[in-house]
Design a protein around this ligand. Structure first.
Ligand SMILES: [Zn+2]
Length: 192
């Protein structure tokens, strides 16, 4: 229960991270954050959250909500918290690696357009390393083994194998990954 996800908003209510209920409670306890009521948007301290959002263990729980059982209380699990001071938007730099190149190119050969499966795919240097090509987002693409072999040590122009798309750094980042299991209450904060 304490491992469930909590959406973290910065001071200006921009979603910046996802944390666990445990860590979320800890930020609220330390006065670094308030709990946001997912329906009314009211901001709560831990104490004021308890006033509105706790029940005796004998009470009937409202459907569709998640509650945490303590010794003598049921506490509604927070889904969104807002930070008191922090107003930045942390961006974790997207890692340049094979996995993300495959992801960017959707496992599709950038020369012939085939999707032969991971086993038959490789990473091609658009301008070959031997001709001064570097290893970065702009010069690495997914190529099927056949195209990679055919292209050999040539540029796309020399091999007459034009690229399907201009390679570049993807515009998604790793900072906030909103999973498919995100509570629906997050929609109001995440979509804008
Ligand atoms: Zn190919």
């Amino acid at each position: 229960m304490l491992d469930r996800s909590v959406l973290v908003l910065n001071k200006s209510w921009t979603p910046i991270a996802i944390t666990t209920v445990k860590r979320g409670f800890s930020l609220v306890f330390q006065d670094h954050a308030h709990i946001v009521h997912p329906e009314t948007y009211e901001m709560h301290t831990f104490e004021s959250w308890l006033v509105d959002n706790s029940l005796s263990t004998r009470d009937q729980l409202p459907p569709g909500q998640v509650w945490l059982r303590t010794t003598n209380l049921m506490i509604r699990i927070p889904e969104v918290i807002v930070l008191g001071r922090y107003n930045g938007v942390p961006r974790r730099e997207l890692a340049f690696n094979r996995r993300n190149i495959y992801r960017r190119d959707a496992f599709q050969c950038q020369y012939c357009g085939n999707k032969p499966g991971l086993k038959y795919l490789s990473i091609d240097h658009v301008i070959p390393v031997s001709k001064g090509g570097v290893t970065n987002w702009e010069n690495c693409v997914v190529a099927c083994v056949r195209c990679n072999t055919r292209k050999g040590n040539r540029t796309p122009e020399q091999a007459n194998m034009p690229l399907r798309t201009e390679p570049g750094k993807p515009n998604w980042n790793d900072g906030v990954g909103f999973g498919e299991r995100a509570p629906s209450s997050w929609d109001r904060f995440v979509k804008s």
